[in-house]
Design a protein. Sequence first.
Lengths: 115, 115
Amino acid sequence: DAGVIQSPRHEVTEMGQEVTLRCKPISGHDYLFWYRQTMMRGLELLIYFNNNVPIDDSGMPEDRFSAKMPNASFSTLKIQPSEPRDSAVYFCASSPVGAGANVLTFGAGSRLTVL
Amino acid sequence: AQKVTQAQTEISVVEKEDVTLDCVYETRDTTYYLFWYKQPPSGELVFLIRRNSFDEQNEISGRYSWNFQKSTSSFNFTITASQVVDSAVYFCALSDENYGQNFVFGPGTRLSVLP
């Protein structure tokens, strides 16, 4: 398996623009997570899905952030409109149930810079 | 509430030295999981180990070893004969039996191994 795949790896945009980050989880993993990493706040969980259904989005900073998982192999995290304080590395992770439960496999991350 | 503390923000050692990274956790759960992840300069998060709360046996994997002590709520990580390639940020994490908000990462310890 190719692991968790995220795109784009780097995104530079201007304040007010819409940003869409994409994630393809590992096939067969039932859980998908979106994390944000900043120097000030470390790794923060934004939202997670189980079998494509959002379970907890209480970590989403505000209404400008939204996430979807239309099928088992694809998820998006959208920021509209973007602001400079959204600059961070956004990680997607997936996890199976069963023997490998709780072990998150992370993607390489998407580094977002909002000017 | 669950909490993970990594008191060492940065550590520098010279190659071949042994180094221990400290992790102290707080939880009210009787069943929980502890993890270590490595984040090398390339940025991805790499899973190293998972330990459940019922297994206090220490574990060794090559140059890596982990010491889990429930009495002191600690899950320390030792690298023996450190190498330059060990330079990374290391995160300790805690999860209960379920997913989501209860998966908490520590702030990380940046390890620099100098040649």
